[in-house]
Design a binder for this molecule. Structure first.
Ligand SMILES: *Cc1c(COP(=O)(O)O)cnc(C)c1O
Length: 399
């Protein structure tokens, strides 16, 4: 057996590779430079063009570009009307922002457990948590795989709930042929550099509902309106605008919009490459009892953002930390997505107990994300496969 690098053996590769990174090319740089020469470098024509482009890609009637994915979630939660005394059911395996947006509005996040095979929010867990105070659901397309819309949409309809889809991982994904972004009441995207396409920082909310759209647009810019029909004191004075809500400055710049427009043109290529890498990993790990491969539901045509390597504790003599450290020493640097949100100490102080979502906690204990991004070469992919196989062989438990 090959000696692991962590014990002084030769690493599988010389240069470290991380779990994700952006892919910026010359045309992206040119697009940004051109935007910088324009008359308006924020809230100008590129924002409108970007919003049209996002509507087209997602099939949603309206898109609102914002400063980042967290701002998108915050505005969506406010537009949904979440507030004091309300409960909102949230996936437990997600980035903290999916739940923080509920707290921002003064409502209470209630954490649902995950499906142990897909790692997405489990509709049965959601149903058990519904009370007369429940107002909505924040469901995350974890790793890019669409949530179980058939079940969630039925639950929302039966109980009058607002569905906010956190699609930070899922631009390019389709559910039963329909693009993510046009299915939930509101869908939130992030364009952070590790996500599938980037604007440096950036986000968007898509919706088909005109009322929600107007509210989102207003809240993005201080709650100020120029639309006379919305004013308490309409006048024909050309300078007059009126603040009618407490909003924010969550605008995206035209510089960022230019970068994102350029990146969105590459979405089909990025998406195809991600799918290709996922197929290679799935095939390489399929016959390894040490590794559990994420289940894909047939409804979701997934542009995968993360590749989850889930260890099978019954077939390994090591724990997650040892496996993680051994991979790092081979120069393949994983990351863990995510600590169940309610286990963050901030949430612990709010009174959420350990053991709340058993499937989420079991998932967390044995999982990590291995490199997945479109600029990976075939060599990078094969190095990653070799590193995983090498570490798994070393720690294999004889049964
Ligand atoms: C990245 C991410 C966010 C937040 O997006 P930002 O653009 O970083 O604010 C929210 N939810 C999920 C699931 C994410 O992965």
């Amino acid at each position: 057996m090959e000696k692991l690098a962590i014990f002084g053996g030769t690493p599988v590769r010389e240069r470290p590779i991380s779990y994700g990174r952006q892919w910026i090319e010359q045309d992206d740089i040119d697009a940004v430079a051109e935007a910088l020469r324009g008359d308006m470098i924020t809230c100008g024509p590129r924002i409108e063009a970007l919003e049209q482009s996002l509507s087209q890609i997602t099939g949603a009637k309206y898109a609102v570009a914002v400063a980042n994915g967290t701002a998108a979630l915050h505005l969506a939660a406010l537009a949904a009307g979440f507030g004091e005394g309300d409960e909102v059911i949230v996936s437990s395996i997600t980035f903290a922002a999916s739940a923080n947006c509920v707290l921002y509005c003064g409502a209470r996040p209630v954490f649902a457990d995950i499906d142990p095979q897909t790692y997405n929010i489990d509709p049965e867990s959601v149903e058990r948590l519904i009370t007369p105070r429940t107002k909505g659901i924040v469901a995350v397309d974890f790793t890019g795989q669409a949530v179980a819309h058939d079940a969630l949409d039925r639950i929302c309809k039966e109980n009058g709930l607002v569905l906010i889809e956190d699609a930070a991982h899922a631009i390019g994904t389709k559910y039963n042929g329909q693009p993510v972004g046009s299915i939930a009441d509101m869908t939130c995207f992030s364009f952070h550099p590790v996500k599938t396409v980037t604007s440096g920082e950036g986000g968007a909310v898509t919706t088909d509902d005109e009322q929600l759209y107007r509210k989102l647009m207003r809240l993005r810019a201080h709650g100020i309106t120029r639309n006379r029909s919305e004013m308490a004191h309409p006048t024909d004075a050309p300078w007059y605008n009126e603040q009618i809500d407490l909003g924010f400055n969550y605008r995206m710049t035209d510089i960022q919009a230019a970068l994102l427009m350029s990146q969105l043109r590459k979405l089909p290529r990025f998406s195809a490459r991600r799918k290709e890498i996922v197929r290679r990993y799935d095939e390489a790990f399929a016959d390894m009892p040490e590794i559990v491969v994420q289940r894909e539901i047939p409804e979701s045509d997934t542009t995968r953002h993360l590749y989850i390597l889930r260890l099978n504790p019954d077939r390994l003599t090591c724990d997650r930390r040892q496996f993680f450290d051994a991979l790092c020493a081979e120069n393949v640097r994983p990351q863990v997505h995510y600590l169940p949100v309610y286990l963050h100490s901030y949430y612990e102080r709010l009174g959420y107990p350990q053991g709340l979502c058993p499937h989420a906690e079991a998932y967390y204990q044995w999982s990590m994300s291995i490199p997945l991004y479109p600029a990976m070469t075939d060599r990078d992919v094969e190095d990653t496969v070799r590193a995983v196989k090498k570490v798994a062989a070393y720690y294999r438990k004889s049964v």
